[in-house]
Design a protein around this ligand. Structure first.
Ligand SMILES: Nc1ncnc2c1ncn2[C@@H]1O[C@H](COP(=O)(O)OP(=O)(O)OP(=O)(O)O)[C@@H](O)[C@H]1O
Ligand SMILES: [Mg+2]
Length: 412
């Protein structure tokens, strides 16, 4: 059994704090989950540090109450249109004849990380995708292998320094340390994808409230990442404007009667708007609701398609698309995406979890669960080697491992 880890998913609509531990069989046991409505975020980015801190405190308190653990440091997710990713190569000469040492791998990674990063941007991840040793590519773990020239292919993710700092400030404002900053689609991939899908080539699309996060996984590792600033909030906004109804009524209507494919809705089916808190009797056509939804969902799918084509990996994805995020739960979404993207599509729910899973077992919590899984992996790596690769170095790199104190269960 491992030391518990804490994850914080600061989504545009909901904030989720998780406390979990990794079992000996590799299952993530959820010890406590806390969920609050997010405030102070727009399109995945913190725009009001104080408000965001309040949402964090609310979620963290719940998770602490349920688990009986106190959270001191978290792995927090990051998203937003400021995120950029690129692939880079680094080389290191191996001097001794005893084979590749950890230090050689670190030097190759350092070389790959030495890309020109403008002063207003920071590297969030430098993840090794694979190694080439003396011209032999496809090496997954070169440690101990004999060779003279080690090359690494790395996926580098950068973000705006200001956005990263505001996220950290929001977490610190809630009285917590940041033990790692993790790109949300990378986290979501940890939670919902199978190793077979990642090996074959798969596209992950987390369609949330304010953003659609994309990850392309090939040969077992991440090749491309992107955050698009559109999600379920835009669907609800379109309904609110189109039906002249408040946002909250439109949101409820979307969840209860929403459908991505209008042809599946009877032409004469009407929805009573009064049921959503509006005064007076008014009805709207459910077909019309579906038409409005379809237009926006189609736009999101086209954005995904354009991005995948731009990455150049569109022909390397035989495992198709895995959809997660709250908007993936929209009725008819899977079939619609299959048509629009012309790829096999499945819905991704968090895999390999046990314990208090009832609140986090839907596609909307893929990122939250993935952050905990990633946090655990990173803590394990940090315990083995230093410096760590694959995550933005935190002020206290072992923050996820230290500072844990089991405390008495506090009622209420
Ligand atoms: N059953 C459902 N049908 C349709 N939409 C749904 C359903 N459940 C949730 N949603 C939508 O999913 C969105 C929230 O998804 P999610 O919780 O993944 O977003 P988030 O993590 O808060 O935001 P983001 O990741 O974009 O910053 C909301 O727009 C909500 O309306
Ligand atoms: Mg999210």
């Amino acid at each position: 059994m491992s030391t518990p880890i804490a994850a914080l998913d600061l989504g545009t609509t909901k904030t989720c704090a998780l406390i979990a531990e990794m079992t000996d069989t590799g299952t993530l046991r959820i010890l406590g989950a806390g969920i609050s409505a997010s405030r102070g975020l727009r399109k995945g980015v913190v725009t009001d540090v104080k408000e965001a801190s309040h949402s964090i405190v609310a979620a963290v308190e719940q998770a602490e109450r349920v688990s009986g653990f106190k959270i001191e440091a978290v792995h927090v997710g990051i998203a937003g249109a400021h995120i950029q990713s690129t692939n880079s190569r680094g080389v290191a000469a191996i001097h001794n004849g005893r084979g590749v040492a950890q230090d050689d791998i670190d030097r190759a990674m350092e070389a790959a990380e030495a890309i020109a990063v403008p002063h207003n941007r920071e590297i969030i991840h430098a993840i090794p995708r694979g190694y080439t040793l003396d011209g032999q590519d496809g090496v997954k773990d070169p440690l101990g292998m004999i060779g003279f020239r080690l090359e690494v292919e790395a996926h580098i993710v950068t973000g705006s320094a200001a956005s990263i700092q505001n996220l950290i400030k929001a977490v610190e404002g809630a009285g917590l340390k940041v033990s790692g900053v993790v790109l949300e689609p990378i986290a979501a991939g940890e939670a919902v994808l199978t190793s077979a899908e990642k090996e074959m080539g798969v596209l992950l699309a987390d369609i949330g409230g304010g953003t659609t996060d994309i990850g392309v996984f090939i040969d077992g590792s991440i090749w491309h990442t992107m955050v698009l600033p559109t999600g379920g909030i835009h669907v609800t906004n379109d309904l609110a404007v189109g039906l002249r109804t408040p946002f909250s009524a439109a949101e409820e209507m979307k969840i209860k009667y929403g459908q991505a494919d209008p042809t599946l809705v009877a032409e004469d089916e009407m929805i009573d708007v009064a049921a959503f808190g509006e005064e007076g009797r008014r009805t709207v056509s459910r077909r019309e609701v579906a038409e409005i939804i379809r237009a926006r969902v189609d736009e999101i799918c086209q954005l995904i398609l354009t991005e995948v084509k731009r990455s150049g990996y569109d022909n390397l994805l035989p495992a198709g698309v895995v959809l997660c995020g709250g908007t993936a739960e929209l009725a008819g979404m899977k079939a619609f995406a299959r048509e629009a993207l012309q790829m096999p599509v499945r819905l991704g729910t968090p895999r390999d979890i046990e314990g208090f899973t009832d609140r986090v077992s839907s596609p909307a919590f893929a990122t939250s669960v993935g952050l905990a899984a990633w946090g655990w992996k990173e803590s394990a790596v940090q315990a083995r080697v230093a410096p760590p690769h694959g995550g933005r170095p935190a002020a206290n790199p072992l923050g996820g491992l230290v500072g844990w104190a089991k405390r008495a269960f506090l009622p209420g």
